[in-house]
Unconditional design. Structure first.
Length: 291
């Protein structure tokens, strides 16, 4: 049965727009926090909140199916990959503005589309290659020499894009045998275990103030809410319609980064971010028209 049957496409679009707004807000909070505390400490708090909220909201409804998996080893490994993506994202945000960081990591959806051919045996339309060239050109403009970006920040952002690509490819494979809720729960659980272990070796000299501690909790709640909104969105509308809306994340990231930190990207960086945005939307729309 089609999960989107009876759903509202407009609701789906609005849910995705709200989800990427929450993710961009979490990016801003993440940058604020990792500039003051170790990345592992911040992420430990975020993932603990994530696990607690999922258990509180989903356990009464799903019961044991919340953690039941068919391919447990791969599900756990997928959680490890996302935890490393969270780590590299935090390290990148320590060193770079939010907008430019998000622009670089949005290479991941393009890479997923290109690798879906050799890895998943799916057909990749020639238009996707044009979109990939446009997106790569945009990213090169963002991280161009002399652009003022920290070299290690760029490396961490590129590592994040590679890890996110692997994560999404594994998601597409595991979705054939695993439930969405179980995969969400294991991602949160694995991340919590990893970052609590890492944080125990890198505690901050001083514990966070009440305000900063509340920001860690808010970031975890926002990230969890974003993932849940995505789950709801894809029950309301088809992926082909919703995929381009994900790129609104770039717009939110730029606007919120400017509002929170007063950072305005250079003209060439803005052009590069626009190229990534245009390439992603165009490729997603082309995929939606494909049979």
């Amino acid at each position: 049965m089609d999960k989107t049957a009876g759903g509202s496409a407009l609701k789906g679009v609005l849910f995705v727009m709200a989800a990427v707004f929450l993710f961009a807000t979490a990016d801003v909070l993440n940058k604020y926090l990792v500039e003051r505390y170790p990345v592992s400490f911040v992420q430990a708090g975020r993932y603990i909140v994530n696990v607690a909220l999922l258990a509180l909201v989903m356990l009464p409804r799903h019961g044991r199916s919340l953690w039941h998996t068919e391919r447990t080893g791969w599900v756990v490994f997928r959680g490890f990959v996302l935890a490393m993506a969270s780590l590299t994202m935090g390290l990148a945000l320590q060193r770079m503005p939010v907008g430019e960081t998000v622009a670089i990591i949005y290479l991941a959806p393009i890479l997923v589309m290109l690798l879906s051919g050799p890895v998943l045996k799916e057909k990749v339309h020639p238009a996707a290659w044009f979109g990939a060239v446009l997106a790569f050109g945009g990213v090169l403009l963002v991280m161009r020499p002399g652009g003022g970006l920290d070299m290690f920040g760029v490396i961490f952002a590129l590592m994040n894009a590679a890890l996110s690509t692997a994560y999404h490819l594994m998601t597409r494979v595991l979705a054939r045998s695993e439930s969405t809720m179980a995969m969400l729960f294991h991602v949160a659980l694995v991340g919590a275990v990893i970052f609590v272990a890492l944080a125990s070796q890198a505690m901050p000299p001083e514990m966070p103030s009440l305000f900063d501690a509340s920001m860690i909790v808010v970031m975890g709640a926002i990230a969890t809410g974003g993932h849940l909104l995505f789950t709801v969105a894809y029950r309301e509308g088809p992926p082909a319609l919703l995929a381009p809306v994900n790129y609104v994340h770039l717009v939110w990231a730029g606007l919120l980064g400017w509002a929170a930190f007063g950072h305005v990207p250079a003209p060439l960086s803005l052009l590069g971010m626009g190229m990534v945005l245009a390439a992603g939307v165009a490729v997603a729309l082309r995929a939606g028209r494909a049979p």
